[in-house]
Ligand binder design. Sequence first.
Ligand SMILES: Cc1cc2nc3c(=O)[nH]c(=O)nc-3n(C[C@H](O)[C@H](O)[C@H](O)COP(=O)(O)OP(=O)(O)OC[C@H]3O[C@@H](n4cnc5c(N)ncnc54)[C@H](O)[C@@H]3O)c2cc1C
Length: 399
Amino acid sequence: MRDEYDVIVVGAGPAGSIAAQHAAAQCDVLLVEKRQAIGEPIRCAEGVPLWQSPIFPKSFSEYVQPDPNWIASEVRRIRATSPDGTTIEVSSETFGVDGPLAFIIERKLFDRQLAKDAARAGADIMVRTRASGLIIDENVVKGVRANRLGDEFELTAKVVIAADGLESQVGRWGGINTSLEAKDIASCAQYYAENVDVSQETVDLYYGSNIGGGYAWVFPKGDKTANVGLAVPGSRCGAKRPIDYLDEFAAKRFPSAQPIGLILGGIAISNELRTIVRNGLMLVGDAAHHTDPLTGGGIVPALESGTIAGKVASKAVRKNDPSERVLREYQTEYNHSFGTMRRLRYSCKELAVSLSDEEINRVMRVLNGIQPGELSLKSITMRFLRKDPRLLLKARQLV
Ligand SMILES: Cc1cc2nc3c(=O)[nH]c(=O)nc-3n(C[C@H](O)[C@H](O)[C@H](O)COP(=O)(O)OP(=O)(O)OC[C@H]3O[C@@H](n4cnc5c(N)ncnc54)[C@H](O)[C@@H]3O)c2cc1C
């Protein structure tokens, strides 16, 4: 077994595998994953957007060639429902998109595909190998300590990429505070369920206090199966657990549904981390708090940050200078592509979780019937000004 690499990536989720793939084009790369099989267990609703928007400036398909083997369904319509049943619906036509708006993917197969792509690009992969610490010398990260089936060993590298997910330990070992305030974590519960009577082309979203004050989703996965889940923002968590809300929601909306699997997990709905690089260390994906705070979508941001980080790490290795100054190019480039409007989206999340049921109903009534040409921030603001200016006053307190 080799113990010296140019780049070591910790964590084989989407961010880590794509970083390893891009770094491996010109460097010796090792990807370590603590689980015994990449892609399992899944903690995801598996939705990825295909259209560009201020939230996701690039489409999922810019990073990876879509493969029918891991596409469960093609979404052409998204419908949001308020507590009083008011709905807003957008479709491919609304956005002028010639094709689906989103895919619901098979995450297990997708994550494995990305890991295979990394291996084909030349990366070594070790599964069932847990990073247990960082080797740090004079304030420079020089590698990782790892444990595989009880054996402890050291692996050195010029750059370590921390792709170890929410509240990254690798980041903390490197001196970056990756912990989250309770209000900036959404607690989720999701069933992978059978006998769910939904259109296979429609994603449904529900809002209101009866589902915990965040949102519930129904993501179709073909042939009457669907991911049915919900996210409760930390600021709204009380004695009732997300699974309790989910059981009530599922019983009411889909009385015939039967669970095939249950997932519990957390999503960062936080502001960005100020620092995501140190000498010899880069944080990517969930480890860098890159999940979109408004939607909880983290796959596309993980692919973007992993892609940039892999390329910048490789450049730093070739220059023989993995200093924070050189690695910062990654943070600058990421901020340029996905960082814009992030503060605004965080404020929108804060506003959204503070709304009462009646206010959600009013927001939906204002947005109901919105036309494709009105989908800019300016036009939406004007619409609120015309139809319900008091809601704008509420927004002003937070933004
Ligand atoms: C319930 C739920 C639903 C979601 N739904 C969606 C959705 O529909 N669409 C969307 O875009 N996003 C969704 N997300 C968010 C999305 O899953 C994440 O943003 C995404 O997985 C981030 O990818 P990542 O590579 O950064 O981290 P992860 O996918 O979390 O991968 C981190 C990897 O690091 C490994 N690891 C951790 N520590 C170590 C260690 N010490 N040593 C070695 N390996 C380690 C882990 O085992 C894991 O494989 C959802 C999240 C949840 C919880």
